[in-house]
Design a protein around this ligand. Sequence first.
Ligand code: ADP
Ligand code: MG
Length: 466
Amino acid sequence: MPALAADVLIWGGDALSGRFLPVHSHYRAWYPDNTLQTQAVAAPEMFYFMTETSFASFQLAAPIMQALKNAGFDKPTPIQAGALPAGLAGRDVLGTAQTGTGKTAAFALPILQAMAAAPLRPRRFAARALILSPTRELAVQIEQEFKKFGTGLGLHTVLIVGGVGRTGQVNRMSRGADIVVGTPGRVCDLLSTRELNIEQCQFFVLDEADRMLDLGFMPDIRKVVAQLPTRRQSALFSATMPKEILHLAEGLLRDPVKVAIQGVSSTPVLMEQSVHFVEASGKRHLLATLLKDPSVSRAIVFTRTKRGADRVALQLSQEKISATAMHGNLAQNARQRALEAFRTGAVRVLVATDLAARGIDVAGVSHVFNYELPNEPESYVHRTGRTARNGNAGIAVAFCDATELTYLNQIEKLTGVKLAVASGTRPAHAAPVKKPQPHPNLVVRKPKRAQYGEQNNQRRPSQRAA
Ligand code: ADP
Ligand code: MG
């Protein structure tokens, strides 16, 4: 690394297109007085951004510093460098950053630091901090992160998510909780029965707010916010900032410090992206062939539907490729089991719907396959964001049949990256989407002879009128 006089060094450069990332301009935005010097260096072989600040400069409590060291966090990521000073000073934070940028620690560390500085025993059923996440898996992950950085602080964390029994959660709440991580539905449920009390809650975090909006959680969130005390510290993190989220943030945050890192339109730079033009009927064979390559050490295959995920997982198992499906129709413990098996490496391939596209952080995902392209281009960015995390390399492979050409065009427009063609030829026009036709055996035809009731009705109209 060349020695440069800069507080922040941003290494950038798009391996694929040579496009330069505007990361450094965001840094400038945080330091409006221009006290910070930035320098961007094109070095495609080495990516990600680093900050010259270290965690030591934040004066965190000793157990937290130790936990950071154990976790291998030496330097804060940009969102952390931007959000931590504000959070530690007690300010509200509005953060925009794509997934995989380290948002969890950006909101967790200030909360942990405050709790380390003022250890209080929470009252029965009361929470000192509440973190809301859109999916159960993400909530589990956030709770684990809190536990990891909070070791040695003696904090009591409680996970409040749906899909599993509530008794255990209520029991854990009965002695009060320092940190509650939950999904909106179950949190509202426990609030309504007074088995969760947030009237004294000092910290509130809304993670992946735009996803919450997509999933229709806004009414639940409003219910939660209405019960929070006005004196509190809040943070809102979101990958995109649509109008609704900005509006929500206005009501939720008080004079927030805004931190923005790259728009959602950017895919990780160290990611190799390619597309196979293939007919729908050829996808199954192609996927099996590609997955048999041993360099595919850990892969996520995304399908559009839950049934599609089940079907592909089954087909792969038939090909003797260890695969498991994960989608919203599975019971919560089955979902968690599938994710755990994938995380530990017991299965090599996870076939999932967009449920797994956000926030799921599994180390070392080498490949992401888009078996079916998503109809929202942002989903492509989220899906592929499961690989090439944390400065690692990753490969994203898309399958595109003629009906999906429009989706592909939208994706290329959003990301500004033209996917390399790995096989097949690009169709000139998009084929119209075929509506699924029922199997001929399942079509219910009108019987040829009149049925019992029909005959009766026809013969005696006068009687019915009477
Ligand atoms: P996001 O919520 O933005 O998707 P996460 O908080 O899940 O991101 O972090 C993504 C990954 O990066 C996690 O594996 C996390 O442990 C790791 N990570 C976060 N911050 C750092 C850091 N400062 N140094 C090293 N690894 C980090
Ligand atoms: Mg996250």
